[in-house]
Design a protein around this ligand. Sequence first.
Ligand code: M6R
Length: 616
Amino acid sequence: MCGIVGYVGKRPVVELLLKGLKRLEYRGYDSAGVAFFQNGKIEIKKSEGKLDNVAKQFKENFEPYTNSYCGIGHTRWATHGKPTTQNAHPHRTGHVVLVHNGIIENYQEIRSEILNHGHQPASETDTELFGYLVLDEMNKGLSLKDAVRKSFLSIKGSCSVVVLSEKEPGTIIGVRHGSPLVVAQDPLGGALLASDAQPIIEYNKEVVFLDHGEIVVGTEKGIDFFDLKSGKSIEKKRVSLDWSSEQLDKQGFPHYMLKEIYEQPNAFVDTLNLMIDRFTAKNPFPLAKQPGVELLYKAKELQIVACGTSYHAILLGKYWLEKWAKIPTQVDLSSEFRYRAPVIKPGTLVIGVTQSGETADTLAVIRDMKQLGVPTLGLTNVRGSTISREADAVFYTASGPEVGVAATKTFFTQMLAFLLWAGNLGFNHGAKVSYLFQKIVELPHLLKDCLSPDGEIISEVKNAAKTLFPMKGFFFIGRGLSFPIALEGALKLKEISYVHAEGYAGGELKHGPIAMIDDQMVVVVLAPQDCWHDKTISNLEEVKARGAKILGIGTRGDKMLSSLCHHFVGLPPGVEEDLMPFLLVTVVQLFSYELAVLKGTDIDQPRNLAKSVTVE
Ligand code: M6R
C-alpha cells in the first residue's frame, strides 16, 4: 500500500527521501513523488510508474539540493483515480503540500464543499481535497498544525496524512487515523516519519508508533505529539527495534525473495529462541512465560483469522492444535469472518495472525471482538505494529524484515509458532511430545543442507521449472498437513509469475477440477511419506491418466512416487510428519521463484500487489 517518508533536520532531504522510498517500494505502488523546500518554496517532482522515474528527474545531480533539509515523499497505490503522474503524490493546494495513505470515505461530500469554495482540483484524488481543507483553514488564520487538525476532524475514513506549508517552513505535520505512521527523532536533530520503520532504522532504532487519532509535529528541534480530538500534548512510548539496516539489503542475492527463503533456517532459530525458555519452563515444549500463554491456557476454543499466506499458516495451525492440544479450533479468512454473524461461545479466544500487523480486515476482527468483550491474541512479525497494540496480548515471530512482497520467511515462522503452541498445550493434556521438540531443534540444520545451492534439491527444482514453465496451468495438491502447503504453493506461483495456479486438497480433485486436466496442465503433488501418502498417490494416478505432467515432491527413495512423476524432488528421509510442511513449503517457494525468473517478472514487487494491505 502507499508509503510515506518525511524528514526535517540537518541532513540533505532529497537523497534521504529517495532512499527512504526505495525501502518502501516493497509495499507495492504505481506512482511516486517527492516534495522539498528549496529557497523558501516547495518544489515537487513526481511520476507515474517506478521511483526511478522520479530519481531521473534529478539527473543524478543532487548538488543544487544539498541545502534542502525538509520534505516529504510518497509511493502511491491507486485507489481514487488512475495511477497517473497527475494523481501521484505529493499534491499542492496553494502553499500547502501533502501526501496521504488510505481512503477518505466522505470524498463526494468534501468535493462538493471544495468546489463551492471556488477551488478546482487538478487531480482525481481524495488527497488533494484534504489539501484544500487545510488551505482554507490556514487562510482563516490557523497554524499549519491546527488547520490540519481541524480539517482531519471533518473527514471520515481510515488514513494518514503528512503535510507541509510554505507559510511554515521547517515544520512537518503528520496525522494517523488508520494507516500506520512511525516517527523517530533524528540523533543529529530533527524528525523522521514513515509508513513503517524500514526507512527510519538506519538513523534511529528507537521509534514511536502513532496510535489512531494522534498528531506529530516534527521540526529541527525534534518531535512533539498531540491528541487529534482535544489538541492536547501527549507523551508517547518509544519502542526499540531489533532490526538492522543490513538486513534490508539483498546481500548478494538477485532478489529479496530468494534471500528471504535462504534466511528461513535463521528466522526459525531466532523465533524459537524468542518464544521458548529452555531453562526454567518445565514443559518439553518450553514456551517462555508471557501474557499470551495465559490466554492460550484459559481458552476452551480457538477462533483464528488471517488473510493470504497467513491464512494458510492458520490452516496448518488448526491441524496441529487439534491433533496435539485437542482444543477445538476454527479458522477463517478475516474478510469473511468480520462480515458474518459468528457464534462465539464463552471461553473462546480469538487470534489474529498477520505478519505485518497492519492488515485491515484482521485488525477489524480484533477490534470487533474487543468490543464484544472476547479475549484477543495477535501473532505478528512487527514489534509495535497495530495488532501488537490492539490485541489483549501478542506473540512475535522473529523473521526480521521481509521485503519481498511474497511472504516466505514470515510464513515459515508463523508455522513454527503454531507448532510450539500446539506442543506446549498438548503436553499439558498428556500428549507425548518431547521427541517432537528435539526434532524441531534439529530442523534448521536439515533445512540448511536442503538449501545447498549445488545440492540435488535445488538442481531438481531448477530443472522442473525449466521444463514446465511454458505449460498452461498448475494445480498443487496435498492432503492433511500438505494441503495448506498446496494452497501456499499455488498462491506463490500466481503472485510472482502470473501463471494460473490452484491449490486443492487431493480428495477434492474429482469433484470438479479434474475436468481441467489435459496434457498442458501440471499437477504438483505433495506426497511425503506420511499417513496421507497412499491416498495422495491415488489422486496422482487419476490426473496422470488424463495427461497431466507431474512434479512430485516427496521423500527421497520413494520409488513408487518417483516412478510416477515426470519430475521428482526428494526430501530427506526420516523427517517427522509434523515437520514436513517446513521442507515442502521451501520447495514450492523455490519452484515458484525459479519459474518467475524464467518468466522475467518483477519478483520482489509483483504487479498489482502490496506488502501490507491496510485498506479492506
Ligand atoms: O501482513 P499479513 O500477514 O496480514 O498479510 C496477509 C496477506 O496480505 C499476505 O499474506 C499476502 O497474501 C502476501 N502477498 C502473500 O505472499
